[in-house]
Design a protein around this ligand. Structure first.
Ligand code: FAD
Ligand code: 2HG
Ligand code: ZN
Length: 490
């Protein structure tokens, strides 16, 4: 239900926004005229699962403009959704009702780069692929990589605390981000854009914005530590007969490739079938295997690394841990192999909807959740040919103990959803896992936070929200707000 504390958008508000942002294209105005089509991409999430009804999208160009419009929204009780590339997977980036969308697309400047330290300072709206291409020219790499890199923004990455494909190597944004410039809901500009690696002077305020999902302010600038780009990158793809063997291969990869290992990704047979039927590409290895892994190495000596990777593969095949495998011979093959992993989300999303669960689980049980879900939907006769649920798919960042459980459906369906939720969250809670490893809470997971956090933690979180956003204009109905409906079993 729409919260009646929030003001409905009026002409005087739109006039203020137009006057303040000056550039005409900076305001998409659905109040004075019918702009349904223009507003649609901002109202609709990537999964086509959530649709908001905003009447206005604002695209400020700099931090001062963000400050002015946010202060105005706060003064006038207009609810707000910050939006980056709108590639988030939990429905956080789109309005629920008629919230004002503040989209960062036009804040796309690279502010500075230090070639010696590798510290990059950018506007929050810089697209991550553009940041990485810029860094490439200087021999550096953006410390995060993910399938939506062509649209996701640096500010959005931080707000979601995205993990991605190279987390194993470069770690969390909580470690890589050195500073943040953010606008608080009342328009205050918080300048914590430090370029220092070490800075123990009081509370580390920026950390609350990383993973804050836009609930306490808008990230307008980011200072981030970027690693040297590896001269030698290599990729191997292999098939395995059981999850036991996947675990052995992972352990062996750490032993033999430890210092050059930059990704260890898991894909099950169903996920690879999906990519195959979507792309029509020839499978990298012959035969069907229940599991596939993709390993990436990044080091400084191509010959040396290649030899290590080949030796690793020979060893695990000799020991019958791995059934069959292939090592990329050049950059093109590397990209092709990565497509079997990076292309899963796109392939699954191609038709119908998907129920997505982004889970951290102790590694020995990582795949068990997929098997148990499959069994559950089978026993309820909800899955298979002609049924709403088409398959149960598991893949993810094995190296980080993070699995993506996906259930593609012909259309979103209450019966299927009720069979999975909250059952899957109870399952995760019993295993001591996390119900949201890297995608966040948004609206999709908000009401289940109680399966993860106890009352003391929730109380502290609510106090933080109250401190930064006393009027509650940022991201209503999401993140901590969903907990009112459902506290979980914790
Ligand atoms: P949006 O989707 O626009 O926003 C995400 C959240 O942050 C929303 O709550 C929004 O309100 C808020 N927000 C956005 N910008 C700002 C800002 N400047 N200040 C404050 N709040 C803001 N995630 C992973 O962790 N790992 C993956 O491997 C991964 N792969 C993906 C692959 C695909 C194909 C897709 C579609 C998504 C994937 N994601 C992944 C989801 C991921 O979180 C996003 O792709 C990305 O980090 C979000 O950036 P964005 O700019 O699109 O943010
Ligand atoms: C990935 O790892 C993303 O590819 C998306 O986090 C996961 O689609 C998903 O569930
Ligand atoms: Zn992921």
């Amino acid at each position: 239900k729409r919260d009646s504390r929030f003001t409905e958008l009026k002409q005087e508000h739109v006039d203020f926004f137009k006057k303040t942002l000056e550039d005409e294209s900076a305001v998409i105005d659905g109040l004075s005229k019918d702009a349904t089509d223009d507003l649609e991409p901002f109202n609709r999430d990537w999964m086509k699962k959530y649709r908001g009804h905003t009447k206005v999208v604002l695209k400020p160009k700099n931090v001062e403009e963000v400050s002015k419009v946010l202060k105005y929204c706060n003064d006038n009780m207009l609810a707000v959704v910050p939006q980056g590339g709108n590639s988030g997977l939990v429905g956080g980036s789109v309005p629920v009702f008629d919230e004002v969308v503040i989209n960062l697309t036009r804040m796309n400047n690279i502010r500075s780069f230090d070639d010696v330290s590798g510290i990059l300072v950018v506007d929050g709206g810089v697209i991550m692929e553009n940041a990485d291409n810029f860094l490439k020219e200087h021999g550096y790499v953006y410390p995060l990589d993910l399938g939506a890199k062509g649209s996701a923004q640096v500010g959005g990455n931080l707000a979601a605390n995205a993990g991605g494909l190279r987390f194993l190597r470069y770690g969390s944004l909580h470690g890589n981000v050195l500073g943040i410039e953010a606008v608080l809901p009342d328009g205050t500009i918080m300048n914590d854009l430090s370029k220092l690696r070490k800075n123990n002077t009081g509370y580390d305020m920026k950390q609350l914005f990383i993973g804050g999902e836009g609930t306490i302010g808008i990230i307008t600038g980011v200072s981030i530590q970027c690693p040297q780009r590896s001269k030698a990158v290599n990729v191997a793809y292999f098939g395995l007969e059981s999850y036991e063997k996947v675990q052995k291969a992972f352990k062996e990869a750490k032993v033999q490739l430890g210092e050059i290992l930059s990704a260890f990704e898991l894909m099950d047979a169903e996920s690879q079938k999906m990519v195959h039927s979507h792309t029509g590409n020839k499978r990298p290895i012959e035969g069907d295997h229940p599991f596939y892994c993709l390993i990436e190495t990044s080091g400084s000596n191509g010959e040396h690394d290649n030899e290590k990777l080949e030796t690793f593969l020979e060893h695990v095949m000799g020991e019958e841990i791995v059934a069959d495998g292939v090592v990329a011979q050049d950059g093109t093959q590397m990209a092709e192999l990565w497509r079997w992993r990076e292309g899963i989300t796109e392939a699954i999303g191609h038709h119908g909807g998907t129920y997505k669960y982004d889970l951290s689980i102790p590694i020995k049980d990582l795949y068990k959740v997929v098997e148990d879900t499959r069994e559950r939907l089978e026993s309820k006769q909800l899955i298979g040919e002609g049924k709403v649920a088409k398959a149960v798919i598991g893949f993810g960042h094995m190296g980080d103990g993070n699995v993506h459980l996906n259930i593609p459906v012909r259309q979103y369906d209450h019966e299927v959803e009720a069979a999975i939720e909250p059952w899957v969250y109870e399952w995760i809670q019993k295993k001591g896992g996390s119900i949201s490893a890297e995608h966040g809470l948004g609206i999709a997971k908000a009401k289940y936070i109680g399966y993860q956090r106890d009352e003391t933690m929730l109380k502290l979180m609510r106090q933080i929200k109250q401190l930064y956003d006393p009027k509650g204009i940022m991201m209503p109905y999401k993140y901590l707000e969903g907990v009112k409906e459902h506290t979980g079993a914790a």
